[in-house]
Design a protein around this ligand. Structure first.
Ligand SMILES: C[S@@+](CC[C@H](N)C(=O)[O-])C[C@H]1O[C@@H](n2cnc3c(N)ncnc32)[C@H](O)[C@@H]1O
Length: 257
């Protein structure tokens, strides 16, 4: 059985490894005729890879494009599904985090992508300011466009560059930092801890199996301690499936000092 994601008018389908090309094409044509709002069917031909977490796709049917407009949480996102990471599956995550933001907060989103977290937070909360930092140039171009399209220029700022270089230069500290991290070794906690206010909240995304969940939390605590910070973990939540028995976890914690 094929599984798929819908981003705007594009369906990105993942087929079983042994699926035949003729079956894929038939599936794609049937998909288009059954789902009138879908204009393009692409095959996901590889995993999200590299620092930019981009995926390779192969054209199957419909309009030949990788660019689309996705609607979520009352916001619109322009995105190229090959040049930028974007997961429609994280829409509830974004809404949930936006719901935690109190009026007047300064929020930092590291690894911002096309700015879905920053935009949903600004749209659904009364945050004073949201800053989104993203390494990829293509993603940043879409992020800036998305801020304009959602009319949030006065509250959302998009910065391009490596979190390690950009975040230390930011003025002031933040009430909340969201870390939808790429699946890479570095934790980037050092940069976050240097910019969080006392009693501020961090939402850290990490990747682990069910059994390693506790280890993930212990490592976060240890690393915070190494930087002289005491934390109180309030929640560890499964925030998505990454592979077989391998998950994305969201660890929510407050920095006490
Ligand atoms: C898992 S994606 C999340 C994107 C976005 N927050 C979303 O939910 O759609 C991780 C993003 O981090 C970016 N990235 C990777 N390393 C980075 C770094 N050192 N500094 C800034 N951004 C980085 C990637 O380009 C990618 O867009």
């Amino acid at each position: 059985m094929a599984n798929y994601d819908i981003v705007g008018s594009i369906a990105i389908v993942k087929f079983p490894r042994d699926a035949k090309r003729s079956d894929k094409l038939r599936f794609a044509r049937e998909f288009l005729s059954k789902h009138k709002h879908i204009k393009t069917v692409l095959e996901k031909s590889d995993k999200f890879k590299g620092r930019l977490r981009t995926q390779k796709t192969r054209y199957l049917a419909g309009v030949r494009t990788t660019e689309t407009i996705h609607k979520e949480n009352g916001c619109v996102f322009y995105v190229d599904v090959e040049k930028c990471y974007f997961s429609p599956r994280l829409s509830e995550e974004r809404k949930e985090i936006a719901g935690k933001v109190k009026p007047g907060e300064r929020v930092l989103v590291m690894f911002g992508g096309v700015a879905p977290y920053a935009i949903v937070i600004a749209k659904l909360s009364k945050a004073k300011e949201v800053v989104s930092v993203e390494l990829g140039r293509a993603c940043t171009k879409y992020a800036k466009l998305n801020v304009e399209k959602n009319k949030l220029q006065d509250r959302v700022e998009v910065l391009q560059g490596d979190v390690k270089r950009v975040v230390p230069k930011l003025k002031g500290k933040f009430d909340r930092i969201v870390m939808p991290r790429p699946k890479l070794k570095e934790s980037f906690l050092e940069q976050a801890l240097a910019k969080i206010k006392r009693l501020g909240s961090i939402h850290f995304y990490g990747f682990a199996g069910e059994e390693e969940k506790r280890k993930l939390v212990e490592e976060i605590k240890k690393e915070c301690a190494r930087h002289g910070k005491k934390i109180k973990v309030s929640r560890v939540k499964k925030a998505g499936d990454i592979g077989k028995k391998f998950y994305r976890w969201r660890v929510d914690f407050r920095v006490l000092n």
